[in-house]
Write a protein that binds this ligand. Structure first.
Ligand SMILES: [Zn+2]
Length: 434
């Protein structure tokens, strides 16, 4: 075993199967990589003929080369929660108790632990073949200096009362400046803006954050319609968010009587219904609302395992697939799900589909969600293997099957143990080259 060549040198990766995109497979296939990017990707014979002389060849018998997976929504600084004896804590039955747990953790955790959590979670993500993440920034921005994943790091703003808006906006702006400096040294990392949710970000802060994202040309990410508590509060005010969540942190939102318009109308007025806006969860929305959000240009990230873990219901995978609404998949944090496996997320989404598409076709679309659509939603390159795209890919045990049945077998059978090598920007980030 020897490490993969560094990203400066050219190299050709060869395997019995190459997936360049969710619909296009070459058997056998090869990818020529130079300077961190894909130079050539296609049938083995064509790539070997066209590759520059002197590129070493690396063969992976029994393997498939596929685009790196995109985990489009996660919080890598949030750990698995455990009690003082290290025993995992069950997820609270009440979603408000869950939010309070996260608030208490953020306030009480040892400062060094955020970076430790991040390093461990990033390594775990890579071990599943993930090359790219949509990350909600944790408290320790310096963690992103050495981020080994391609990442859109969204800086979160939280503040419901109108008088806190300017102060929160200043903090978010400063954090984005910091991330933009990090990007200069680590070009895998790019900044984004995240108004946390519509029940934790008031109208004036929401508009300010939307304006900031637009002015800087950055994508914006919003948790939306994750729980029925949320949609109830947004419709009328009140409920546990007003009676328990806010009082627990010493705040009063009893004055809030609801948005007074539909969620799509509210987002449009705030400047958050456009291309470059990612809506995460979108469980408690009616199909016409999803269609209106899509019509406005928004993208969607579904996190079915997290929703199930919190008893928050399930995203309408059937509608997204059958209406051909592009969506991405995210695991959410290790506080909500047992691992950072996009494979498990694809399987969870597969189990929710109730439409008429053949299973193999569905699996192909779920793979597309976890690659191409994820990268597009985050405004990042990759998700496919084509000349000029970053050399972000994973090499895994070929599950067998032909055509769409390959995708069914891939989604059904693949897990961490099948991932041999994860390559980000041409550099081996997990596993060892053959
Ligand atoms: Zn989240």
């Amino acid at each position: 075993m020897k490490p993969a060549p560094d990203r400066q040198r050219g190299v050709v990766y060869v395997a019995p199967r190459l997936v360049v995109a969710a619909g296009t497979i070459f058997s056998p296939g090869a990818v020529a990589v130079a300077d961190g990017s894909v130079l050539l990707a296609g049938p083995k014979a064509d790539v070997l003929r066209a590759a520059p002389a002197g590129f070493p060849r690396m063969e992976f018998p029994g393997a498939a080369i596929v685009p790196g997976l995109v985990n489009a929504h996660t919080h890598l600084q949030i750990p698995r929660f455990s009690d003082s004896g290290g025993k995992p804590l069950p997820i609270p039955l009440s979603f408000v108790d869950w939010i309070l747990r996260v608030i208490a953790w953020k306030r009480g955790a040892a400062p060094a632990s955020f970076a430790e959590n991040f390093r461990a979670a990033a390594a775990e993500a890579l071990s599943f073949g993930t090359t790219t993440v949509g990350e909600i920034a944790g408290p320790d921005l310096s963690s992103y200096d050495g981020c080994p994943l391609r990442a859109r790091v969204f800086v979160e703003g939280i503040g419901f009362a109108p008088h806190v808006a300017s102060e929160v906006l200043a903090l978010v702006s400063a954090a984005i400046d910091r991330l933009e400096k990090i990007s200069v040294e680590n070009p895998l990392v790019l900044a984004g803006v995240s108004p946390h949710t519509l029940y934790t970000v008031g109208e004036s802060l929401l508009r300010s954050l939307a304006d900031l994202a637009a002015a800087k040309g950055l994508p914006a990410c919003l948790h939306l319609a994750e729980s029925s508590l949320e949609t109830g509060f947004l419709a009328h005010g009140g409920g546990e968010i007003a009676s328990r969540l806010y009082p627990s942190v010493g705040k009063d939102v009893s004055w809030f009587r609801g948005l007074g318009r539909t969620i799509p109308a509210y987002l449009a007025e705030a400047g958050l219904l456009r291309k470059g806006v990612l809506l995460v969860h979108t469980v408690h929305l009616a199909r016409p609302e999803i269609d209106a959000l899509r019509g406005g240009g928004a993208c969607f990230v579904l996190c079915p395992r997290s929703n199930a873990a919190h008893g928050n219901g399930a995203p309408d995978v059937t509608h997204f697939v059958d209406a051909k609404i592009p969506f991405a998949l995210g695991t959410d944090s290790l506080g909500s799900v047992p691992d950072l496996s996009p494979w498990e997320e694809m399987r969870a989404a597969r189990s929710l589909y109730k439409g008429r598409k053949k299973d193999a076709v569905l699996c192909r679309e779920l793979f597309r969600a976890a690659t191409e659509h994820g990268a597009a939603a985050l405004g990042l390159p990759g998700g496919i293997l084509a000349p000029g795209e970053p050399a972000d890919f994973t090499i895994l045990d070929d599950p067998g099957g032909d055509g769409d049945r390959f995708f069914r077998d891939l989604v059904e059978k693949t897990d961490r143990a099948n991932v041999r090598l994860t390559v980000v920007a041409g550099q081996s980030a997990h596993g060892a080259a053959a």
